[in-house]
Design a protein around this ligand. Structure first.
Ligand code: ADP
Ligand code: MG
Length: 319
C-alpha cells in the first residue's frame, strides 16, 4: 500500500469536534479556539522498549499508546479533543497489522470523541509511534504538580499494580485468577478523564497520572510543590484478587509498577466530600491514601507504626 492509500485508510470519514476547521489532507490541521486554555503533550512508544508484541496485539499497541497520552491530558484536568500520530514503520509489519494499530487508537478515540487530525508516516527499522494530543481546559483551570500544600490529603483513583500483574500473567505460564481483568488493565487502560474534569470547581488540586509507579509520581508532586508526601501502605487500593500474587510482587507492583494510568492527587481536607461525590458521579473508585506536610521534600511510606523514606525507584526508561 502506498502512503496515499494508507493515509486514506486511517482518515476518519467525519470529525466530531466542532472547533476543527481542517483535518487530515493538507499540510497541517487547523482548529479555532478563543475561550479555552490549550493543553498539549506528546509521547513516543518504541517496540521492545515501551511495548512488546509478546504481551500486546497491534490493536492493543495503538489503544495503549493513545491511552497514555489521553491520561497526561486528564492529569492536567483538561478535556482531550485532537491527536496526531507520527509513525515509523518497518517493512516486516503487514498492512493488516498496521490497520489494527489504528483500529486500537480509533476505538479509544471514539469513546472520548476525539479526532485524529494529522500525522506523519515514514519507514524505518523499528516500529515507533509518537502521539501528540491536544486538549482544552477552562481558563486558569489546568492542574499542576506544584499545587500541593501542607495539610492536604492524598488520594488515588482505581487500583494499583494491575498493569504489572497483567504483564506478569501474560509473560508467565501458570494458573491465575481473573486473567481477563488483568490483561485488560495492561492492554487497554482507561484514562480518568471524566473524573479529572469533574474536579473543575475545586480551587486547588495537584494532579499527576501514574505512568511510572505511585512512588515516583508522588515524588514528582513533592518536588514540584516543595512538600513531603506520606503514603499509607495499608491504604493503597488493590484489586480483589491481588492477594494471589506474592507479598513481594504485591508490594513492588503497587508502589513501583507503572502504567496503571490512575490519578494521584492532593487537595485541602475540606474538599474530600466533593472529590468523593465527583468519583461517584463518574463511577470512579477513589481512596484516601496519605497526607502532605512540610518535613522535607520527600515521599515516606507509613507501615504500622514506622514511617520510612520511600525510594522512588519507579519504572523508568534509560535508567
Ligand atoms: P506533508 O508532505 O505535507 O507532510 P503528508 O503526505 O505527510 O504531507 O501528509 C498528508 C496528510 O496526511 C496530512 O494531513 C498529514 O497530517 C496526514 N498524515 C500523514 N501521515 C499520517 C499518519 N500516520 N496518521 C495520521 N495522519 C497522517
Ligand atoms: Mg508529512
Amino acid at each position: 500500500m502506498d502512503e496515499f492509500s494508507f493515509i486514506n485508510a486511517i482518515k476518519q470519514a467525519t470529525y466530531k469536534q466542532p472547533t476543527l476547521i481542517k483535518g487530515i489532507g493538507d499540510d497541517a490541521a487547523v482548529f479555532r479556539q478563543s475561550s479555552k486554555d490549550i493543553v498539549t503533550a506528546v509521547d513516543t512508544f518504541v517496540e521492545d522498549v515501551h511495548f512488546s508484541r509478546k504481551t500486546m496485539k497491534p490493536f492493543h499497541i495503538g489503544y495503549r499508546a493513545l491511552a497514555a497520552n489521553i491520561s497526561d491530558i486528564a492529569a492536567m484536568g483538561a478535556l482531550p479533543v485532537f491527536y496526531l500520530v507520527s509513525i515509523v514503520i518497518p517493512s516486516h509489519w503487514t498492512e493488516d497489522e498496521l490497520s489494527q494499530i489504528y483500529s486500537g487508537m480509533h476505538s479509544l478515540a471514539k469513546t472520548h470523541m476525539i479526532d485524529l487530525i494529522g500525522g506523519d508516516t515514514v519507514s524505518g527499522r523499528e516500529l515507533s509511534i509518537s502521539i501528540t494530543v491536544i486538549g482544552y481546559a477552562s481558563r486558569g483551570k489546568a492542574r499542576y504538580r506544584s499545587a500541593a500544600d501542607e495539610g492536604d490529603m492524598v488520594f488515588v483513583t482505581g487500583t494499583l499494580g494491575d498493569s504489572q500483574a497483567g504483564y506478569h500473567i501474560l509473560m508467565n505460564a501458570g494458573h491465575f485468577i481473573n486473567k481477563g481483568y488483568y490483561y485488560k488493565r495492561h492492554q487497554m487502560p482507561n484514562p480518568r478523564v471524566a473524573f479529572a474534569l469533574e474536579l473543575e470547581k475545586l480551587q486547588r488540586v495537584a494532579l499527576n497520572d501514574i505512568s511510572d509507579g505511585i512512588a515516583n509520581e508522588a515524588a514528582e508532586i513533592a518536588e514540584a510543590s516543595g512538600v513531603s508526601i506520606t503514603l499509607n501502605y495499608n491504604k493503597l487500593p488493590t484489586s480483589d484478587m491481588f492477594n494471589q500474587f506474592t507479598k513481594d510482587q504485591q508490594r513492588n507492583w503497587s508502589l513501583f509498577g507503572g502504567e496503571d494510568f490512575e490519578l494521584i492527587g492532593t487537595i485541602p481536607k475540606r474538599d474530600w466530600q466533593f472529590v468523593k461525590q465527583a468519583a461517584q458521579r463518574t463511577k470512579t473508585k477513589v481512596t484516601e491514601i496519605g497526607y502532605v506536610d512540610l518535613s522535607k521534600r520527600f515521599v515516606y511510606l507509613q507501615e504500622e507504626n514506622k514511617r520510612t523514606p520511600l525510594d522512588k525507584k519507579g519504572y523508568m526508561h534509560f535508567k
